[in-house]
Design a protein. Sequence first.
Length: 254
Amino acid sequence: MPRLSTIAAFSITLALWWLASSSGCVSAFLLPSPVTVARTLGELAWSGELLHHTLVSLRRVGLGYLLAIALAVPLALAFVLSRHLRAALEPLLEFLRQIPPLAMMPLLLLWLGIGETQKIGIIILSCFFPIFLGVRGGFDSVDRKLVDVGTVSGFSRAEILLRIVLPSALPAIVVGLRIGLGYSWRALVGAELIASSAGLGYMIVDAENLARTDIVLAGMLVIGVLGLLADALLRLVIRRCAPWLSGELEMARA
């Protein structure tokens, strides 16, 4: 049933889009029909331009997301283990969390230049805090009574961590990972906005300058599909590594 409802929702949206563009309610220049956008997607795919931009964007998102995990997870664990470190750095991190990553783009341009490092830096900043807060919140929410039970049962510290703490913290960690992944795609267009010659964000901005609304919509559709596929892949990995989280994943999906 969820799959049928999903198909119905997409079908209704597509029908409304086609109706709005074909009836003249909205100018075809501002909102090209689905047929026009599909034709444009085919042309971009046939020329190889779409594949080139997609691969560039996938590399940036993948690298930025993995680096954000590599930075956020150890820092979150350090916050959980050290109250002194948490008291010292938490106000600074909360201050930085309030600053939109795109607002830091001018500084990143000066510090990192106009190459790949600056673009990946924007993506790291966008998905760092959701992952960090998810990991920290997950470990903070572990029931202390469960840890006490493990201690009384003679579990070692490693066993308590692997058999009690980590399974209890995983739902919140998974939420942080999924939100961070979504934010990485949101930051993509901003990361490719300045001094870029390739990528889906660049393709959209370049099409805007050329008044090619069909290419803008085509790029948006590709980013949306890639985001859905990336989230599905992440959920698949989680199901394989932690089968007991299947229920939480289905609830989040709903």
